[in-house]
Design a binder for this molecule. Structure first.
Ligand SMILES: [Zn+2]
Length: 316
């Protein structure tokens, strides 16, 4: 069992690999399928969702370039990363065990082994043995496109409080609480970037990404879907997957300043089909080892294939 950093002579701390390593990127636009709560902090009796301030240039009467500040809802990349990692920890094996129990890898106590299908990409830290394994997967994006502020709703007591009352524990007077929710149909451009990982390691990333979609959020309800729009055909998933050494493709990222979903979709589509200075007409752009891009349905199929490979190799 290889220990991270300690036994490897490589200056990076990674064990040598005979398989080709690549950089991988996932670009997607996610859509809230209902109200969503992803807590930030609790103000006076209100659970708040995470928001960000976005400075935006606007033409004013005095000059062509003035600034205004707008608030936007946000699925923070670190929270999304946490949901993905948990998805792997809770992945069921054929034996009935969970992958995290099988690898003895959890949160916050990660195993930090390079052969762990979770830590190999997400990284880990064992402070007691002074072992750290660098994470090679980073998360970005998450600022909603529409500048729609969260709605506040009142909720009843949590059911667990009622159970405690039954057992005879002294209880404070039940107090309903209020909670903010991101509105449904908000669009969130998000990005996952992998640095120098093998195709096999990317299987963990694909499994976590697809399985986490329905579980993003805290409490209930939760979940997002990959938004759909016109790419080569109508109603395709707004998704791009790159595998590369040379970043030849335009990056389908959306400026946090953008507030118009139609313009955002147009930018996403233009960048997705723009590779090495040329407009493409295919959903697979193959420049060999240097750069391969999958777009829309082809990108989803690519992630699903890796997800299936992970399930067969690690879980079954
Ligand atoms: Zn681990």
């Amino acid at each position: 069992m290889a220990k991270a950093a300690s036994t490897s002579k490589a200056t990076t701390g990674l064990n040598p690999s005979t398989a080709q390593r690549y950089h991988y990127d996932i670009y997607a636009i996610l859509e809230g399928t209902q109200e969503m709560y992803f807590g930030e902090e609790v103000a006076v009796n209100v659970n708040l969702v995470e928001k960000v301030k976005v400075p935006r240039s606007v033409p004013t009467e005095q000059s062509a370039q003035g600034f205004e500040e707008i608030d936007k809802c946000y699925i923070s990349p670190t929270k999304r990363r946490g949901v993905e990692r948990r998805t792997l920890i809770w992945a069921p094996l054929a034996s009935g065990m969970l992958l995290g129990d099988h690898e003895q890898c959890g949160i916050p106590l990660t195993c930090s082994r390079q052969d762990c299908p979770i830590c190999c990409v997400y990284g880990g830290l064992q402070p007691k043995d002074d072992i750290s394994l660098v994470g090679r997967l980073t998360h970005g994006g998450g600022v909603a496109i529409q500048p729609l502020l969260p709605d506040v709703k009142q909720r009843a007591m949590h059911p667990s409080v009622l159970t405690r009352e039954k057992e005879g524990t002294p209880m404070p007077t039940p107090m309903p609480y209020r909670r903010e929710y991101n509105e449904p149909a908000l669009l969130y451009p998000i990005y996952n970037h992998c640095l120098s990982i093998t195709e096999q390691e990317f299987e963990s990333v694909a499994y976590a990404f697809l399985n986490a979609l329905g579980r993003i959020g805290a409490g209930n309800p939760k979940g997002v879907r990959i938004a759909e729009g016109a790419l080569l055909e109508d109603n395709e998933p707004l998704l791009v997957v790159d595998r590369y050494l040379a970043p030849l493709g335009a990056r389908p990222t959306i400026s946090p300043q953008e507030t118009n979903p139609n313009i955002a979709l147009q930018r996403f589509r233009e960048a997705a089909f723009f590779v090495f200075g040329e407009k493409q007409n295919s959903e697979v752009v193959d420049q060999g080892t240097a750069f391969t891009r999958w777009i829309g349905n082809k990108a989803l199929q690519q992630l699903q294939q890796h997800c299936l490979d992970f399930t067969q190799r690690v879980l079954m």
